[in-house]
Design a protein around this ligand. Sequence first.
Ligand code: MLT
Length: 251
Amino acid sequence: MRLDVLLTAGEILPADVAGRTVVVVDVLRATSTIVEALASGVRTIYPVASIEEALRLANTLGREEVLLAGERKALPIEGFDLGNSPREFTPEKVGGKTLIISTTNGTAVMAAAQSASRIVIGSFLNLSAVVADLARSGAEPVLLCAGREGKFGLEDGVFAGRVAAGLMEALPDAEWELNDGARAALALVEPYADLEALFRATAAGRQITDAGLEEDLPFCAQVDRHDVVPVLHDRQISAAPAPPAAAEASE
Ligand code: MLT
């Protein structure tokens, strides 16, 4: 079984993801925010690459019907309703709403994964749920790290390593075929077990701290805060249906 990790967005070729299950990773903070928003009961999420596209889509759907969210340089976009801090996406703020979100790296990488057969959104907030979903589906996943402006983001690499380690543990009899990115990601798991310390040291973490949003770092370091599995399909993100209890018991 193949398990591939693409450590930077610059590595993505449509052929790498075509027909595969892809896990998009941008733990600081886009994928953490999307998981939090879904767990807070948002109805659906449209991830878009540019601010212009977000405004156009809001116009089409009706501005009063949607919430606009996102960041540039970690700060909220002018005129938008929300930034990209997962702490803002409470049930009171986003429950039952339609969300359009645009971020610097995470939503752009989602667009690049369009040729995949299934696109899952992963963060530490839903780590075990993602691993269980991949194990159940028998997927040979590609873990797609957003990083920052095409450069490697250590926090995303560590997450990819945690998913790979979890999947190999969940399916111990499988013969895993790992690419170099997967081997590198696995090697990061142990040295970076302290996620908060990791986040404070990374370029993304420092940018968020400089933006005065330091509290987002411990928030995004909460492993398994939720068991939701967001899936991007047809330009929209919604929660994957929970697995049928019976089937799970028989597995
Ligand atoms: C991104 O997509 O670039 C990040 O999520 C940015 C951020 O959260 O500051």
